[in-house]
Design a protein around this ligand. Structure first.
Ligand code: SF4
Length: 341
């Protein structure tokens, strides 16, 4: 049964053509699905009953089931969601005044195996469908309420989005119904063919690249994917990435104590990305004693010195002490586990 939540308005109108006698009915249904977030066809009270019954027979509006919501002391909330086949993922909502940022997952598990990431430690899962990606947005959006005016989306949850480009492309087309591409960021470990795919899209979200080391050797040690897509080639690909006016590439840099946190490392990063319109997001590691007990978060002074060095060398830098760490919703902590029963 076709699920309309992962169809664009145009696709919904086309799908409904055989069922309706007036063209505007398709637009009405699309409006209910995307602008009003309908969960049941019965809510669509400006449609004839017979049409609602026909929609019910042929289509669905199924969304993932919410198994658990963990609210953090800092206002963010981690959602544990279950799909039809029982697979679970986690998504995070970070409200801030009239705005909110959603961190969505693109895969259940991840085969990439970055050593500082709990999702990576779970091993490979499966790609999420467009319905499952859009379903996360709908669940989180509804939980926020209408007083939140603007939502940003970052694909930094579970999985590597650029290893799931087919479903990501359809999900993006649908998300654009509510969220502008300039408010959506796709974060990658550096899948070069995926970055090239993104570069070729007519409507592009923003690109973030998880850098995490200034040289090939250390990057390989924590991000095995670097063997397949070497750092030098990755930076060359990023330099060719088309940027709309005012946009920058975000480089994420997880700062790990005594590994990649020296002032000399900050200088090396500055040199590596010199000339790329960018900002660097410095993320002090979120420790996890179960999955990577040997990796630690640097001191606040070390984090400051690293960020200051990059700034002094002319780079835009933000330091992101991750939100939601108290409920394991911070960067690299998502795993989609089952709740305790
Ligand atoms: S950081 Fe991203 S790509 Fe790396 S293991 Fe974790 S989820 Fe996968």
């Amino acid at each position: 049964m076709t699920n309309l939540i992962a169809k664009t308005s145009t696709e919904i109108e086309d799908l409904l053509q055989p069922l309706v006698d007036h063209g505007y009915r398709g637009r009405q249904v699309a409006n209910w699905v995307h602008q009003r977030g309908a969960q049941e066809f019965d809510e669509m009270d400006n449609l004839p009953k017979s049409l609602r019954a026909a929609l019910e027979r042929e289509f669905s509006l199924r969304e993932p089931e919410i198994l658990e919501i963990c609210e953090s002391g800092d206002g963010s909330a981690k959602f544990l969601l279950r799909f039809e086949d029982g697979v679970t993922v986690e998504s995070v909502s970070m409200p801030e005044g009239a705005k909110a940022t959603f961190c969505l997952s693109s895969q259940a598990g991840c085969a990439v195996g970055c050593t500082f990431c709990v999702t990576g430690a779970m091993g490979s899962g499966r790609n999420l469908s467009a319905c499952e990606i859009v379903g996360q947005y709908r669940r989180l959006r509804r939980a926020l309420g209408e007083e939140t005016e603007r939502v940003n989306i970052v694909f930094m949850g579970m999985g590597e989005p650029l290893l799931n480009t087919i479903h990501l492309e359809q999900a993006l087309s649908v998300l654009y119904e509510r969220v502008s591409p300039k408010r959506i960021t796709v974060s990658t470990v550096g899948i070069i063919p995926g970055i090239e795919w993104l570069a070729a899209l007519a409507r592009r979200p923003k690109l973030a690249v998880s850098l995490n080391a200034p040289d090939q050797e250390r990057r390989e040690a924590i991000m095995p994917i670097t063997r397949k897509y070497p750092l030098e080639e990755l930076i060359r690909t990023i330099r060719n990435f088309p940027l709309e006016r005012g946009r920058r590439i975000t480089f994420e840099y997880v700062l790990i104590k005594d590994f990649n946190d020296a002032v000399s490392d900050a200088s090396a990063v500055a040199k590596l990305i010199h000339g790329v319109p960018s900002k660097v997001n410095v993320i002090p590691l979120n420790e996890d004693a179960d999955h990577f007990p040997e990796l630690h978060q640097p001191s606040a002074e070390t984090v400051d010195a690293f960020a200051r060095t990059l700034r002094d060398l002319g780079h835009v830098v933000t330091v992101r002490w991750s939100k939601g760490a108290d409920v394991a919703a911070a960067c690299g902590q998502l795993k989609g586990r089952q709740p305790a029963r």
